[in-house]
Design a protein around this ligand. Structure first.
Ligand code: CP3
Length: 347
């Protein structure tokens, strides 16, 4: 079976290993000169996402340079809203922009044909990447969680207070539920097609879960992510699902015992010691170096990496950052990080 000898797959399936596998969120990106060159050749970020040869190339770049245990397919969470018919563009230096949803009619009009026709270039890039990767390197597929996608779709981009999305969720929960349910279905289809194309595991990014009060978290983050994982597992029983509910703090306890999740990815608001005690007995833990530590480098970084390894690497652990790698990161610090993690051996 594909993935049998991939260290990360062994950890996600419940094994403990001596030194943890490592990959980094946003490992393909602007901190790499070779990425900047390919992106310039593509024209724009979205052109890069939809050009299978170039998306394959940037997915492989960090693997060639650092030999990570997993590649993550180069794409974006916002390709789902786009495939459902919403206009998407990126303003240089300002991040994503979407034509905002304005009411129930916009939700009802989301593309009935689903994501498959539009996202063919993503599946093509996955087939090519899987064929080019060493057998021992896992390929991770992904999607945004419905709540995070709804945030971008309703606000029309990032936001300081997310007041529009909260007003919709609190004031019109039935209509918000219809949006979330539509996104759950689109995410299941997108992950299913990514696994069919060759992904070995998938991650669901709920980047904005942390703006919800704990009382609202279950219905808008835990349940939809669980529904996606269940839907995917009905089609691919063995594929491991990593959940990343960013910013939820101790409410991470709500996600720890769900059999649908092979790992919880934790951000830096969660202490490694607490995660080892409260989460790791139930689920593998992925994380959680502060991306800013990777910019700082030096002995401070080495010390912090070893502290995290000391707390987590004795259990089921996938080394990663607490959030995506930042463009200012010196690639040499990434090489150093990989070396430290590879040299680590837990008794
Ligand atoms: O290497 C990888 O991790 C795979 C590719 C990947 C990207 N985005 C590429 C990207 C993944 C997994 C994502 C997920 C994503 N996209 C998330 C969830 C993770 C998170 O960060 O919380 C979110 C919220 C998005 C939406 C998005 N896309 C934003 C907010 C931005 C702008 C931020 C920025 O750094 O400019 C993007 C653009 C984006 N997605 C870039 C990359 C490499 C930068 C684009 C560029 O200028 O080249």
């Amino acid at each position: 079976m594909q993935g049998q000898n991939q260290v990360i797959l062994r950890v996600l399936r419940g094994e403990r290993v001596a030194s943890p596998p490592i990959w980094l969120m946003r490992q393909a990106g602007r901190y790499l000169p070779e990425y900047r060159a390919t992106r310039a050749a593509a024209g724009s970020f979205l052109d890069l996402c939809y050009a299978p040869d170039l998306a394959t190339e940037v997915t492989l770049q960090p693997i060639r340079r650092f030999g990570f245990d997993a590649a993550i397919i180069f794409s974006d969470i916002l390709v789902i809203p786009q495939a459902l018919g919403r206009k998407l563009w990126f303003e240089e230096g300002e991040g994503p922009r979407l034509e905002p949803l304005t009411g129930p009619a916009d939700i009802a009009a989301l593309a009935p044909a689903g994501v498959e026709p539009t996202l063919q270039p993503v599946y093509q890039a996955i087939r090519q990447t899987r064929a080019a990767l060493p057998a021992e390197t896992a390929l991770i597929g992904f999607c945004g969680a419905p709540f995070t996608l709804a945030c971008y779709m309703i606000e029309g981009g990032g936001s300081r207070d997310f007041l529009k999305v909260k007003q919709w969720a609190y004031g019109h929960p039935d209509s918000f539920r219809r949006l979330i349910d539509t996104l759950v279905q689109a995410c299941i289809d997108h992950l299913d097609l990514q696994v069919q194309a060759g992904c070995d595991a998938v991650q669901i990014f709920d980047s904005w879960a942390g703006i919800l009060p704990e009382e609202q978290l279950f219905r808008w983050s835990v349940q939809p992510m669980q529904a996606i994982a269940r839907g995917l597992k009905a089609r691919h029983a063995d594929v491991p699902v990593i959940a990343f509910p960013r910013g939820v703090g101790p409410a991470a306890l709500m996600y720890r015992r769900l059999p649908e999740f092979a790992a919880l990815s934790i951000d830096t608001t969660i202490g490694a010691h607490w995660a080892a005690q409260e989460l790791q007995p139930h689920v593998a833990v992925q994380g959680n170096l502060d991306p800013a530590m990777l910019i700082a480098g030096g002995e401070t970084m080495v010390h912090e990496v070893k502290r995290i390894l000391g707390k987590l690497a004795g259990g089921r652990h996938v080394f990663n950052l607490g959030h995506g790698i930042l463009p200012q990161t010196p690639p040499d610090n990434v090489a150093r990080l990989v070396e430290i993690v590879r040299d680590w051996t837990s008794r």
